[in-house]
Ligand binder design. Sequence first.
Ligand code: CA
Length: 423
Amino acid sequence: MIKANNPKLRSWIATKADSDFPIQNLPFGVFKSKNKSPRAGSRIGDFVIDLHELQELGFLSDLDLPEEVFLHTSLNYFISQGKDTTGAVRERLSEILQSGNNELQDKEEAKSKVLIPESEVEMLLPVHIGDYTDFYSSEQHAFNVGSMFRDPDNALMPNWKHIPVGYHGRASSIVVSGTEIHRPKGQTLPPDSKQPVFGPSKRLDFELEMAFITGKSTKLGETVSTDQADEYIFGFVLFNDWSARDIQKWEYVPLGPFLAKNFASAVSPWIVTLEALEPFRVSGPKQEPEVLPYLKSKGDRNFDINLEVSIEPEGAVETLVSRSNFKHMYWNVNQQLAHQTVNGCNLNVGDMYASGTISGPTPDAYGSMLELAWMGTKPLKMSDGTERKFIHDGDTVYIRGYAEKEGIRVGFGEVKNKILPSK
Ligand code: CA
């Protein structure tokens, strides 16, 4: 049992019952503030923890960390120290912050340097992302899209239950929550037309996803088995894989999505570690037919993480449009990583692997507007009385997620983006 995960632990820093960041979470991210250059931080309740200050003040001196390991614009250098080190930092944070420990609690000046109200910081992209893979691992999503674009009787392609299908996406346009996104322009084929037109997408959509980040590299030619995958997975974020359905429909044959997907994807700023998610493991769906030996995985490899999507029209309040769960994934992350590397493709620290849209089994659990409004045939009612088939200019889309068990809630905060008109 990981000590920092003990559900009985309480902190001397008060956290609200519905906070995503109790002492059992302690995620990692990168922040800056008026007085502080970009650096690594952790989070408890409404406070960001300045890890560099904590190190400077000697609180981490037993951990043999490199000097200024936290004073970087991304977590890559810290993560590359390995899980023994990153796990030890989380354990030490848990120790310093737990009720009964007064090493920091009693030092007013140190506390004011280390603990910064969350409202005073700006969160940055947590890692430098070299490569980005997007999987397609939710059966309900693949079935829905296959039914709409092809044929309900043959919705899943013959390879789908044998391969964790994925493609290599674009890393340069992955942005942190809060970034405003301009509606993409591109080629589309209007209904009943033989000639494409150019202009702003008319079918802008979100995709409710989660992503994991690798914390350990491999050399070209090496593979990572499903058993070894946990050593390579540092943690998880919420992921909105923005998509332009009309551009996608016209361009995706024969090589798959291109400009319909690479104009923006957004992540939540806090990486929740694999260790913090251990208590929330559950078994995945039964895989039938049997998968090839290199894809077989033992134990509980799915995670029970509640996921929600809301749309906030300009000047109106949010409307909840979807409630799903990460546990619905057909292919688990260990299988995804084993498949990614089975041909010898190498991994780097900070690479990102998105799950694919996570659609639950019922229509209110679908993970995209394409599915929720079923290709525009079932518009969704917003709080201000307007309807949505896809996302309008001025809309802000929120994805939120948290796991909860034995009264302990470990969450991700949110990823939100406002959509602006085309440039
Ligand atoms: Ca996607």
